[in-house]
Design a protein. Structure first.
Length: 150
């Protein structure tokens, strides 16, 4: 048995669409390799919570659990994380919009976003304000978030 997980296919255009606060409608998506790909595939480290948030969205789209775990604060990372996009009932992610990115101080930031997805033939919006902290290793990590009814 080969214990290695198969490498998920990488898209040409970045699934996050380069989402940013005040992004103009119709902006072309950046190349995956120039956007979240450099973080997910380990060539670079996100400099801001916003870059980390986008790359985590993209990791959900691609089902890259290892990246989600490595960018999650150990205190809040769930043991039973399952992000296989091929699993039954798994959300089909449709797009990301960033409403707000605020760096509160050197080690704390929030990102408010809306992620659209479909599951069971119905469309949903996840509107969340996420909290991020930066560790002693200078890396931003997701802590938790408040979901807004929308
Ligand atoms: Zn991206």
């Amino acid at each position: 048995m080969n214990a290695e997980t198969p490498r998920a296919a990488r898209p040409a255009d970045c699934p996050c669409g380069g989402a940013a606060p005040n992004q103009k409608a119709g902006t072309r998506a950046p190349r995956y390799a120039d956007c979240c790909g450099r973080f997910i595939d380990g060539a670079a480290v996100p400099a801001t919570a916003l870059e980390l948030m986008r790359s985590r969205y993209t990791a959900y789209v691609l089902g890259i659990e290892a990246y989600l775990r490595s960018t999650w604060a150990p205190e809040t990372c769930p043991a039973d994380l399952d992000v296989d996009p091929a699993a039954e009932g798994a959300p089909h992610w449709l797009g990301l919009a960033i409403k707000r990115h605020e760096q509160r101080d050197e080690t704390h930031a929030i990102v408010e976003f809306v992620a659209r997805y479909k599951t069971g033939g119905r469309a949903f919006r996840l509107h969340e304000t996420s909290r991020f902290t930066r560790g002693a290793d200078d890396r931003w990590r997701y802590v938790d978030g408040d979901v807004s009814p929308s």
